[in-house]
Ligand binder design. Structure first.
Ligand code: NAD
Length: 503
């Protein structure tokens, strides 16, 4: 089967203006600048292959300018002395502007990344605004403590008065992946700004458009110069940021492989790191699972955004008493999904982010088939040079096969039977990753026993991929360091200073 997609013209006035305004620039100290080296690269619509815009290819010189602007802004009174409530209002205003421009941002996101209009417009763009609202509320609630002390070697008649204060970590390099571009940027910008940090944001080279548009909106919201700088470019630009002495912290979301490189690069000045990395998340389906919930839920858990979700439920372990019925039902769910251009309102699933990513998914399936895996649904790329891959259900995948161990980052789920919960837990935990998992059962105690037994940062019960800014999100094992969201998400952007006085 092939799928031929025609280029889409932008519909909203805002997206049209943004895309026709000439090559994109870099945001440094609130000015839009051409890259020092004068180089650009194209960003394309993965569904049709049409060119959307030319992006500035920043070099290390541009990165140095952006870092200098961020460092300077840290000590400028406009930011350093801004009252906490004013910082909160600024974050809230950014959220309002995202919402006011939601149609345009959703259109840009879908054109650039491929995801369906519904996912962009009704999930990710509003969720990006919510990130800013959540952290807006924290800005005037960042508190130190007064602490009574026990050790008494101070001069007689004196006493110790000790307290802590909280300070911004400093300059943050925020580096994001291509799967949920605006949301990933918002998850870093909102807590960083709440804490009083300054930021150099490097979005993924495949999907930089909404970050650049957000930059325009942040300037419009009144962000002081240099507080957020946005530079576009490739992995080498990210590598330069992560090794740079002028950067105090790296907030990274992306692959475990690049996460490891960042750990190495950050050693020079021992940068603080938060690493939100890859996953190979299991779904455990118990014999009493509610089929009306579990089939659409597991299908959504793997196929949403064509499987390009860090927490995608790519391994289902299903009790053997319901295994055949489950595989048949899941294959039907996969078959119902309509593939097409994300801007077509009937489309459930858009393309993968690039033809290269579709090739990668196809290679996993070819290898799995050769090793004996069976295909219950999908298993094909929709055209030789297409970025579309059919939602795929695979059976008979052995524990040591590459498709069971590595992150495919495509719409592919392996379904395996189990006989007792201990076996299901052993399967679920048989991975280097520990990002997320789901448990499907109507029995409260087995739900919570399984949740306790799974080594992962998030466990969902009777749902998969539910996010909200209040909920900490992070990876155990090789899925990362630290947490985003919730009060813990803010901690990553703050230092503690202890002040101890003899009075
Ligand atoms: P990637 O690691 O290839 O790239 C991510 C970002 O890092 C890009 O901006 C890229 O330019 C940059 N980069 C590349 N090499 C670099 C280097 N040496 N130093 C610094 N930066 C460098 O990831 P991707 O392919 O864009 O995204 C997919 C990956 O992201 C998947 O593994 C997915 O699981 C992960 N992800 C994780 C989460 C999470 O919250 N845990 C969320 C979304 C995506």
């Amino acid at each position: 089967m092939t799928l031929s997609i025609q280029p889409h013209q932008p519909i909203t006035e805002g997206a049209r203006t943004f895309l026709t305004g000439g090559p994109k620039k870099l945001l440094i100290a609130n000015e839009w600048k051409d890259p020092v080296g004068g180089q650009h690269f194209a960003t394309n619509d993965p569904a049709s292959g049409a060119r959307l815009a030319e992006l500035a290819e920043a070099t290390s010189e541009d990165a140095d300018l952006a870092i200098a602007a961020a460092r300077n802004a840290l000590s400028e009174p406009a930011w350093r002395d801004m009252k906490p409530s004013a910082r909160g209002r600024l974050l809230w205003k950014i959220a309002d502007l995202i919402e006011a421009h939601a149609d345009e941002l959703a259109e840009l996101e879908t054109l650039d990344q491929g995801k369906s209009w519904a996912t962009s417009r009704f999930a990710e763009i509003p969720a990006s605004a919510e990130q800013f609202r959540y952290f807006a509320g924290f800005a005037n609630k960042i508190l130190g403590q007064t602490i009574p002390t026990s050790i008494g070697y101070h001069p007689p008649g004196k006493k110790v008065f000790a307290y802590t204060s909280r300070e911004p970590v400093g300059v943050v390099a925020a580096i994001t992946p291509w799967n949920s571009p605006l949301l990933m940027a918002a998850m870093k910008l909102a807590p960083a700004l709440c804490a009083g940090c300054t930021v150099v944001l490097k979005p993924a080279e495949e999907t930089s458009l909404t970050a650049l548009r957000l930059g325009e909106l942040m300037v419009e919201a009144g962000l002081p110069a240099g507080v957020v700088n946005i530079i576009t470019g490739f992995g080498s630009l990210g590598a330069h940021l992560t090794a740079h002495k002028g950067v105090d912290k790296v907030a990274f979301t992306g692959s475990t492989e690049v996460g490891r490189m960042i750990v190495g690069a950050a050693q020079g000045n021992l940068k603080k790191l938060t690493l939100e990395l890859g996953g190979k998340s299991p779904a455990i389906v118990m014999p009493d699972a509610d089929f009306d919930l579990v089939l659409p839920g597991v299908a959504r858990g793997i196929f949403a955004n064509s499987g390009q979700v860090c927490v995608a439920g790519s391994r289902a372990y299903v009790h053997s008493s319901i295994y055949d019925r489950f595989v048949e039902g899941l294959a039907k769910e996969a078959g119902k999904l309509r593939l097409g251009h994300g801007l077509d309102k009937e489309t459930d699933l858009g393309p993968l982010v690039s033809t290269g990513q579709a090739e990668r998914v196809a290679a996993f399936i070819t290898e799995g088939r050769a090793e004996g895996a069976g295909i219950a649904a999908g298993g094909e790329r929709l055209g030789d040079d297409s970025a579309f891959y059919a939602p795929t259900v695979v059976t008979g995948v052995k524990a040591d096969m590459r498709m069971m161990r590595e992150e495919i980052f495509g719409p592919v789920i392996a379904v395996t039977p189990f006989d007792d919960p201990e076996e299901a837990l052993a399967y679920a935990n048989d991975t280097d990753y520990g990002l997320a998992a789901s448990v499907w059962t109507q029995d409260l105690s087995s739900a919570h026993r399984l949740a306790a037994g799974i080594k992962a940062g998030t466990v969902w019960i009777n749902c998969h991929s539910y996010f909200s800014p209040e909920l900490p999100k992070g990876g155990h094992k090789e899925s990362g360091w630290g947490y985003e969201n919730g009060a813990q998400g803010l901690e990553n952007y703050l230092e503690t200073k202890t002040v101890c006085a003899v009075i």
